[in-house]
Design a protein around this ligand. Structure first.
Ligand code: ZN
Length: 461
């Protein structure tokens, strides 16, 4: 697409708006791009793009994967533009491209890392051709925003440019079938001891063969539809993996990745979700030409941001906070599974609700019923404390999961839940929270710490 006079005018206006916003100390990560795509709807097509573009999409993990890719690139001296402070829709990408462009609309840097919202495919891929597009996974998410995985995978497949090399989760049969004619690289994790033959989750979004509609037989199930499967009638099956984790040593916190050779990488965390995020990151960086020595020392130093996961000890009790994301049944189920599998006696705070203003609330609580609350029905989970606008819905759901009433504390006011926390015999306290309840999580965490300190003081006296 050529640059016309309108394009230049819009580019200058957007650049001016950025300078003006910065002068008055306002956030300039959204508006310039929004202005540009509003005034010139094909702006993304007209502005020059960096030579190499890494795109990251998928339901869960895209922000984490982008952050890891960017950190490794930065530490290795690569210069690039990205949208990590802005939004992951067309206006966010436009803002990053405007910022990175000269007054002639030429890009100053040759590399870009973009987080791309799946639903924005229609507005992005006609104009932007990622060199590599990573897809982490495709799950059902908020029904209101995302409809169904079939809808999301079809808008991706219908819009991803044919020249893009896809870097796909080969353990996700929905992801591995995206744009079947594109060049593709698969990453995956070989069968683990914790994998099963039967699906324990309520939700599994692919159960029949996409080619012939016969039943899919799972070779193993990791969680939901993650695992490996084959069709009982035709030749449809999970793909051959190019970057495969063949061994995970949880004691040494190391994994072995087999591609053309075998390499060891240090794990940041023992949660399988984070191992997938690391594997996706390593795969795209290796394809870009980086080697293990350039990647591992930097990934190793990574910390999962405090807003997603934190762990600290107060006296003998560990306090763990974990993002669970309301309206996203898979993210919640993963968090519940993580809690039940951790050792020791546990108490769990559930701070999930979809009535927060920022969550663009919906009246639809179906996601509670797609979420595996049953995982919380465990002998080692001694108390469950839940609050917030949806506390009664959560209470009903916990009872359907047959969790004894005497284990449940439920009330509207979240902050005073801590008063009812019973610390007796508890080794670990989990605070499962939403993206919108970070402040609340911090408040609760502080109250829990104070309560433990207070108790320890009393036992000392
Ligand atoms: Zn089939």
């Amino acid at each position: 697409m050529k640059k016309n006079l309108k394009f230049y005018i819009v580019l200058y206006l957007a650049k001016l708006s950025r300078i003006a916003l910065k002068l008055i100390g306002r956030d300039a990560t959204y508006f310039p791009g929004k202005l540009a795509v509003t005034l010139c709807p094909d702006f993304l097509g007209r502005i020059d793009k960096p030579k190499t573009i890494i795109g990251v999409t998928g339901t869960n993990g895209k922000t984490t994967v982008c952050n890891m890719i960017e950190d490794v690139l930065k530490e290795n001296g690569y210069e690039f533009i990205d949208n990590h402070l802005g939004s992951n829709i067309n206006s966010g990408l436009a803002t990053a491209l405007i910022e990175g462009a000269t007054l002639l609309g030429k890009q100053k840097k040759e590399l870009a890392v973009f987080e791309i919202d799946e639903r924005s495919s229609v507005k992005i891929y006609p104009y932007i051709t990622p060199t590599y597009l990573v897809c982490t996974n495709l799950f059902r998410d908020s029904l209101k925003r995302n409809a169904h995985t079939e809808f999301i995978s079809s808008i991706l497949s219908n819009n991803i440019p044919s020249q893009t090399t896809l870097i796909l989760n080969g353990d996700d049969l929905i992801v591995s079938n995206l744009s079947p004619n594109n060049n593709r690289i698969y990453f995956g994790i070989d069968r683990l001891k914790t994998d099963t033959d039967k699906c324990e989750n309520i939700v599994r979004d692919i159960t029949v063969c996409p080619k012939c509609d016969s039943k899919l037989e799972y070779d193993f199930v990791r969680y939901n539809h993650i695992g490996r499967a084959h069709c009982i009638k035709c030749n449809f099956q999970s793909p051959k993996i190019n970057y495969e984790v063949t061994n995970i040593d949880f004691e040494k916190m190391q994994m072995t990745i087999k591609s053309k050779s075998e390499e060891k990488y240090d794990l940041i965390n023992n949660n399988i979700i984070n191992i997938y995020n690391m594997l996706a990151t390593i795969t795209v960086l290796k394809e870009l030409g980086l080697n293990q020595e350039q990647i591992n020392p930097i990934l190793k130093k990574q910390k999962i941001v405090d807003t997603r996961y934190s762990k600290e000890k107060e006296g003998n009790i560990e306090i763990i906070t974990q993002l669970a994301k309301g309206m996203n049944p898979i993210a919640c189920s993963r968090a519940f599974d993580y809690v039940r599998k951790e050792e020791g006696n546990k108490a769990v705070f559930i701070l999930l609700d979809d009535l927060h203003e920022a969550a663009n609330s919906s009246e639809n609580i179906a996601w509670h019923y797609d979420t595996d609350y049953e995982f919380l029905n465990s002998e080692s989970i001694k108390q469950i404390l839940t609050g917030g606008a949806r506390y009664l819905d959560t209470y009903v759901r916990l009872q359907i999961a047959q969790i004894p009433k005497e284990k449940i504390v439920h009330q509207r006011e979240e902050t005073t839940l801590v008063d009812k926390l019973n610390l007796k015999g508890i080794d670990k306290i989990f605070i499962l929270h939403d993206l919108y309840s970070i402040d609340l999580k911090n408040q609760l965490k502080k109250k829990v710490k104070d309560k433990i300190l207070e108790q320890n003081k009393q036992t000392e006296n």
